[in-house]
Design a protein around this ligand. Structure first.
Ligand SMILES: Cc1cc2nc3c(=O)[nH]c(=O)nc-3n(C[C@H](O)[C@H](O)[C@H](O)COP(=O)(O)OP(=O)(O)OC[C@H]3O[C@@H](n4cnc5c(N)ncnc54)[C@H](O)[C@@H]3O)c2cc1C
Length: 419
């Protein structure tokens, strides 16, 4: 189904009488193009077209066969989606965080899982572009931006998830190499990707003892766990990455010793916007699928779309989507502007959008009745694929410690995976 070509919809009941007891679609309410510049509309259309033509037709098959669609992602990279917010001198598209969000929302209408991996890859390339030396940028970014090579982000460990700063993978300096020991869990792309951005301990306990190293697949002492069986995100592999006396050149360190945790968290600020944007795309697509289903499915002698209850529910879903999108775009703009509140806004947008969009997709499945539970219907895959967005890149509600400041105003501080 060419989701990208469909326009946004809110269903409105018109006045009484048989002819008017049908649903009317309005374009503007949840249309993701509303309020964008002409330039943004152009690359949004490009992303929607790519989603319709290159992703949506394969999304079910990739899910079922657990295919990592390397060649399709390389096609996406030819449109500039391999390094969207990476600087142009190393092959990036040099677009803003807001532009990036617009693109990921559109792409994920075609396949959430593939888009989410592309978003992680983008985050890794941005980290190298932003914190790497000139040599590192020139060596790695161009081949990552065109997706000749693929990257993975390695922070989580079996014993450290939400409490990422307690990670135990060690990197001991021996001459001009670090010797890595330890393991990373749940690594997206793990085993199939080429370059691993690894957070490891070079110093004392806590965040200041963590450094960031680039590890090439094939380095002696590096191996991978089994491919995890997952309920969604099946077009990208997830594996443990294991280091046993794995020697990595000192020249592969990104930033200074002790900078690793800060680099990892700065990557995740954008990562949260990106993952939230993938949730927006799933919710948008699911609303359109539900709308179409309600129009054709007849019960009690008339289309389900005539049910005022379902119309209200659809209107609530559209409202939730719009609220989530506004939060995500607001946070993206704050991050781009380097605003002081950007970190909290990114976390808040991620929290709200991933919860709200999951509810929307799940409600859309409900509106399909039993058909929604069948794999022939795309809505179930949107539900399965975005469930994990509430878990990763900062777990659910762990972002906030909400406490009063001087008794009058309130101040958000981020906990868990933050600086
Ligand atoms: C499909 C998939 C792909 C992933 N990809 C990557 C990747 O590419 N790179 C990477 O580094 N990681 C990745 N992850 C890991 C992901 O970031 C972690 O799963 C996530 O951070 C949560 O950590 P955890 O699983 O250890 O859960 P835990 O930290 O054990 O948390 C379990 C539950 O307890 C809650 N909780 C934890 N601490 C507290 C507390 N103090 N107070 C209240 N509640 C608390 C959490 O919110 C959560 O609901 C991936 C995970 C999945 C499932």
């Amino acid at each position: 189904m060419a989701l990208g070509r469909l326009v946004g919809a809110v269903l409105r009941a018109r006045g009484p009488g048989p002819a008017v007891r049908t649903l009317r679609l309005t374009h503007s309410c949840v249309d993701p193009a509303v309020g964008l510049t002409d330039e943004q509309k152009e690359f949004q259309k490009m992303a929607f077209d790519f989603a319709s033509n290159e992703l949506a037709p394969h999304m079910a098959e990739w899910d079922q066969k657990e295919t990592f669609p390397v060649e399709t992602m390389r096609k996406a990279a030819r449109l500039g989606f391999g390094g969207i917010y990476v600087q142009p001198d190393v092959g990036g598209s040099g677009l803003s965080r807001l532009d990036t969000s617009i693109i990921f929302e559109a792409l994920s209408t075609g396949c959430v899982s593939t888009t989410a991996y592309i978003s992680i890859h983008n985050m890794c390339v941005w980290m190298i572009d932003t914190f790497g030396s000139q040599e590192q940028r020139q060596q790695h970014c161009p081949v990552l931006c065109n997706m000749e090579r693929f990257a993975s982000y390695c922070l989580t460990e079996p014993g450290s998830g939400s409490d990422a700063a307690s990670l135990l993978t060690t990197a001991k300096l021996e001459g001009d190499h670090y010797i890595l020991n330890g393991s990373k869990a749940f690594i997206s792309g793990g085993g199939d990707t080429d370059l691993y951005v690894v957070m490891c301990r070079t110093g004392d306990k806590g965040p200041k003892g963590i450094s960031c190293l680039l590890v090439e697949r094939g380095t002696s002492g590096m191996s991978f766990g089994k491919k995890e069986k997952k309920i969604g995100w099946n077009s990208q592999p997830t594996r443990a990455v294991i280091f046993e006396d794995c020697a990595v050149p000192v020249t592969n360190r990104i930033g200074k010793e002790g900078d690793g945790f800060s680099i990892a968290m700065k990557g995740l600020n954008g990562g949260r916007i990106n993952i939230a944007s993938c949730s927006l795309g799933a919710a948008y697509a699911s609303i359109l699928l539900a709308r179409d289903h309600l129009k054709v499915r007849r019960q009690f002698g008339e289309p389900l779309a005539n049910s005022q209850y379902l119309q209200f529910r659809l209107a609530e879903m559209a409202t939730g989507l719009l609220a989530a999108r506004l939060m995500v775009r607001n946070a993206a703009s704050a991050l781009q502007a380097g605003r002081e509140d950007a970190v909290a806004l990114c976390s808040m947008a991620k929290l709200f959008a991933t919860d709200e969009c999951f509810t929307i997709c799940n409600q859309a499945l409900q509106m399909h009745g039993g058909y929604g539970y069948l794999k022939d219907y795309a809505v179930q895959q949107f539900v399965r694929d975005i469930r994990v967005h509430q878990i990763l890149e900062g777990t659910e509600r762990l972002f906030f410690l909400f406490h009063s400041k001087k008794g009058t105003s309130f101040h958000f501080e981020c906990a868990g995976k933050t600086e």
